[in-house]
Design a protein around this ligand. Sequence first.
Ligand code: B12
Length: 220
Amino acid sequence: MTDNQEILRRLADGVREMDEELTVMASHEALDNEINALTAINQGLVIGMNEAGQLYEEEEYFVPELLLCSDAMYAGLDVLSPHIQRVTAGNRYKVVIGVVEGDTHDIGKNLVKLMLEVADFEIYDLGRDVPAVDFISKVKEVGADIVCLSTLMSTTMDRMADVIELLKKEGLREQVLVMIGGGPISQAYANRIGADAYSENAIGAVKDAKRILSEKKVAV
Ligand code: B12
């Protein structure tokens, strides 16, 4: 393994092993070694969180362990995020983002938010467990260009369809693009509920946001 691969491995290990100190140390090492902050996040911290998810599925980890893993991940993010190279876009498109009602998983949503922020989107984060009506109010209030919906649970997926239905009812569907994502979501599901884009990760979310805006023929 090269030095950089070892550092990325330590970042993932720190998160998986619930070790904030190791995660913070490896984050500083990554910066010292000039590893791109986005690479350190996506190929280090996120890998560790996914490994923790695997251990949860194998019933080796339970809720308390996962919470400690997420603390370690956020500690690493605090070090790395200020070093992400930010882009200045000509036009600042407005994005309303949140986790749908009934679901409190927000790690993925926060990563999508971060990636959109550094790509110079203007973000309105409604947090987690967000009722459909709150998405609609925010879209109206700020004149959003995109709504991003996240969920990690199959039991709450259909709350995404509720948001789309409500947008239609309020006559807002043509004005706003809808992007969805999270563990149980797929392209097939996005097609079924009439979302404009689905992406399986945060980097894809930025690409998709730019793609659907340009398809709508607005300059990005
Ligand atoms: C961490 C975790 C938790 C943490 C959440 C901490 C937090 N603040 O988020 C805690 C411990 C609190 C938790 C609680 C629960 N959890 Co949980 N949890 C997980 C776990 C292990 C990992 C999720 C995660 O953070 N992954 C890491 C991030 C980086 O990945 P991600 O979220 O998928 O996000 C990426 C993509 O999906 C995408 N993305 C995400 N959102 C969006 C949005 C858009 C627009 C786009 C484009 C892309 C996108 O980009 C992200 C970044 O790349 C998953 C298992 C798994 N393997 O996913 C179970 C899992 C989601 N949990 C599950 C369950 C059942 C629960 C509980 C009900 C458990 C309980 N009995 O109490 C509660 C939920 C209570 C509630 N009502 O919300 C189940 C859901 C099953 C289902 N019904 O589908 C899972 C799948 C585990 C399992 N196999 O059983 N959990």
